[in-house]
Design a protein around this ligand. Structure first.
Ligand SMILES: Cc1cc2nc3c(=O)[nH]c(=O)nc-3n(C[C@H](O)[C@H](O)[C@H](O)COP(=O)(O)OP(=O)(O)OC[C@H]3O[C@@H](n4cnc5c(N)ncnc54)[C@H](O)[C@@H]3O)c2cc1C
Length: 294
């Protein structure tokens, strides 16, 4: 069952940081939908937990005066799906959030837990990478901000120093204003299934149906979520056509480090990357105001 040996609660971030500094072995618990499963499976024994659920400053979504959107780590997936600012300004993130789990899980699971759990299959990850998201981390020694791409270090391994808490997910306006995006989660079932592959694309189009900017984030195409830099650079300043999308799909595969698992072989995942990048881009182009491709 749950081998819980101790339980602490914090009301503020500084209180949480102080408790963690005095008790570095504590495990932070938010929604518990990853942590409690690991404890139930016996992967974590004799756990002492620090609940951050009472820290009000970690909840909700704020839009700053300069247009930056800051998502509190305790924001649940349901809140992201329903949030008017996200729906209007970054609908691709609402789309990704809505593909996660089922309603019950989305009501409890937090975006902070999804990121800090470090899974390559995390449904928020590829979109946050494509959005050039940044993470605000607070420890007893102070605060630092890390691009989410650098936060993922390996399977289940993230750049959280001992005692650090994720306090905000920062998305700057230049990464979503005038952009169109699309997230495709490829999984065996339509709900309550982990992605076999996740593709999130964001693009901006300029006059002449030319790509001004293309960003492609992938999940489960490697040990961590990743960006397809070569494909993105190739796409820039080119007139959008079916041939161009086909080439982008091929180049995207070059950035992957997929492996075979019981869910899919490496070859199948590479095929999915090539195909789904094109499909995601087709819709993203239209959403960005570009001309559709047959
Ligand atoms: C039935 C089921 C279906 C699921 N389906 C999906 C799915 O389709 N897609 C998907 O991506 N995931 C899925 N998950 C996994 C899980 O629900 C998500 O990863 C969820 O977002 C985790 O959030 P949480 O708040 O529950 O995290 P928790 O379990 O509370 O924490 C997860 C990890 O993050 C750390 N942590 C949490 N918050 C912070 C913080 N602010 N600062 C520092 N560390 C922190 C914890 O210490 C822990 O290591 C599923 C889980 C279940 C049980």
């Amino acid at each position: 069952m749950f081998d819980i040996q101790g339980y602490f609660e914090a009301e503020t971030v500084s209180e949480a940081a102080a408790i963690l500094a005095a008790n570095p072995h504590l495990k932070i618990i938010a929604g518990g939908t990853d942590l409690l499963i690991k404890m139930h499976k016996g992967e974590i024994e004799k756990a002492e937990l620090l609940s951050i659920r009472n820290i009000k400053s970690l909840e909700g979504i704020r839009e700053l005066e300069n247009g930056t959107i800051v998502i509190g780590p305790l924001t649940t997936f349901t809140q992201i799906v329903k949030d008017p600012t996200i729906k209007e300004k970054i609908p691709v993130l609402a789309e990704a959030a809505n593909s996660m789990g089922g309603p019950q899980i989305r009501n409890v699971a937090t975006i902070g837990g999804n990121i800090c759990n470090g899974a390559t299959s995390a449904d928020s990850a590829s979109t946050l990478l494509a959005l050039n998201g940044k993470l605000q981390l607070q420890g007893s020694q102070g605060e630092r901000v890390v691009p989410i791409e650098e936060f993922y270090l390996g399977p289940g391994k993230v750049d959280l120093k001992p005692g650090e808490i994720l306090t905000g997910v920062i998305i700057s306006p230049e990464n979503f204003v005038d952009c169109g995006g699309h997230y495709i989660k490829y999984s065996m079932r339509k709900a309550m299934d982990i992605a076999t592959l996740g593709v999130s694309v964001i693009c901006r189009i300029k006059e002449g149906n030319v790509f001004d900017d293309v960003r492609i984030g992938l999940g489960v195409a490697g040990p961590t979520p990743l960006r397809c830099r070569e494909a993105e650079a190739y796409a820039k300043e080119k007139v959008i056509s079916a041939d161009l999308l086909a080439e982008i799909g091929k180049l995207a595969v070059k950035s992957t480090r997929a492996r075979s698992s019981w869910r899919a072989s490496r070859e199948y995942r590479e095929h999915l990357v090539e195909e789904l990048c094109q499909r995601a881009l087709k819709l993203a182009v239209v959403r960005a105001g570009g001309a559709g491709i047959a």
